[in-house]
Design a protein around this ligand. Structure first.
Ligand code: NAD
Ligand code: WQD
Length: 338
């Protein structure tokens, strides 16, 4: 149980993972440049866990500054969340995404070599499967044509880490392909608050619920699914966070390279999620069914048997619990961490 460098540790998934790492007895060391998160997150982590983890406000691309983190801490493993994640923005500013996401991963890999750190968990995404030929998606399904520069960065970083694993006999790499994280810490003090108008469905729903936004547009009602809306695999962020602790335990067995889908294994339509939210929180969401959003795939959900078989991890929390926790967070923090 040693020090774990958590890049992007003040972000949405990173902050929840820090809580689970502390619970499991690890010592997280957070690096984040705060480009998409707030320093207040550290106070919230303390509120939940009683511990304020060590924090460095550093851009992971800054190798010199990152060296300091490795010099000052005996890092045993890394969980690499840091990255930009807006699909739409990546289409507008592809170079920014390649520089930031691929660039920071390159620096990390070089520092792993320099400081003899062998274990890394990487935040990959279901987006690497592109438009899946069949669902549920298994890890051996082909990595597809990326739908965006963002997706392309995930494919490239996965390849860099695969090559790193194949050329370093001591390396242990876990590529975790997340499906759609939703929900918040059940305490209501930590959650997701995107800057600007949310791209993702759940923060959009909660901002309509809290009155910040007027109406949700459901993107497309004419897909060949049970109610005409797209199917996704929504996973509670706490389940996802716990998955990272299991992945660290797995890496301690020195498996070399491992790849896991982290989802629930269950597909949910957009309207099912909206109705689950309404039911869980006893309220109505103002929505209208509009045009399709370009680039959306009809169905995307995971087969997560491999993560269960090899790590013993599976998602435990329901969509209803995620809806309740998302609303608990949003209603208590209508402006996020501001
Ligand atoms: P987030 O934006 O909340 O967290 C990412 C964090 O990284 C932020 O705190 C940001 O300030 C930081 N960051 C970005 N670039 C940095 C850099 N160069 N140096 C230091 N810090 C930097 O996003 P999240 O939802 O928590 O996602 C975490 C990771 O998981 C990302 O890599 C994302 O691509 C991946 N992922 C997210 C989802 C999702 O739907 N949320 C799905 C699949 C994969
Ligand atoms: C979910 C469903 C929308 C907003 C994205 C990234 C993916 C991964 C997770 C990082 C879709 C519908 C949404 C709205 C809607 N991230 N929707 N109205 O597109 O599955 O995945 O986040 O790796 O790479 O692409 O998630 O939350 O945007 O959409 O009807 O206002 O909700 O059409 O069917 P998506 P999402």
């Amino acid at each position: 149980m040693g020090k774990v460098l958590v890049t992007g540790g003040t972000g949405y998934i990173g902050s929840h993972t820090v809580i689970e790492l502390l619970k499991a007895g690890y010592e997280p060391v957070i690096v984040d440049n705060l480009c998409n998160s707030k320093i207040e997150v550290l106070n919230r982590i303390k509120l939940i866990s009683g511990i304020k983890p060590k924090f460095y406000q550093i851009d992971v691309q800054d190798k010199e500054a990152m060296r300091r983190v490795f010099e000052e801490n005996e890092i045993e493993s890394i969980i690499h969340f840091a990255g930009l994640k807006s699909v739409g923005e990546s289409v507008q500013k592809p170079q920014l995404y390649y520089d930031n996401n691929v660039g920071s991963s390159k620096v990390l890999i070089e520092l792993m070599e320099e400081y003899g750190v062998h274990n890394i968990v990487f935040s990959s995404s279901a987006t690497v499967y592109g438009n899946p030929k069949s669902v549920p998606i298994v890890e051996t399904d082909p990595v597809g044509e990326a739908a965006s520069p963002y997706g392309e960065t995930k494919i490239i970083i996965e390849k860099m880490l695969m090559e790193y694993a194949s050329t370093h006999k001591d390396a242990n790499v876990a590529l975790l392909r997340y499906f759609n994280p939703i929900g918040a810490h059940p305490s209501g003090v930590m959650g997701e608050y995107p800057t600007g108008i949310p791209n993702n469905l759940m923060p959009y729903i909660t901002q309509v619920a809290v009155g910040t936004l007027k109406q949700l547009t459901v993107f497309g009602g004419d897909y060949p699914t049970r109610d005409g809306t797209c199917v996704r695999d929504y996973i509670h962020v706490v389940d996802l966070a716990v998955g990272h602790v299991y992945a660290l335990h797995k890496l301690e067995e020195k498996p070399g390279l491992v790849i896991y889908n982290l989802g629930t294994g269950k597909g949910t339509t957009v309207l099912e999620l909206v109705h689950a939210f309404e039911k869980a929180n006893n309220m109505k969401i103002n929505y209208v069914v509009g045009d399709r959003r370009p680039g959306d795939v009809t169905e995307c959900y995971a087969n997560c048997d491999k993560a269960y078989k090899e790590m013993g991890w599976k998602a435990e929390l329901s969509i209803e619990e995620a809806c309740r926790d998302s609303w608990n967070w949003q209603s208590k923090n209508p402006h996020g961490y501001e």
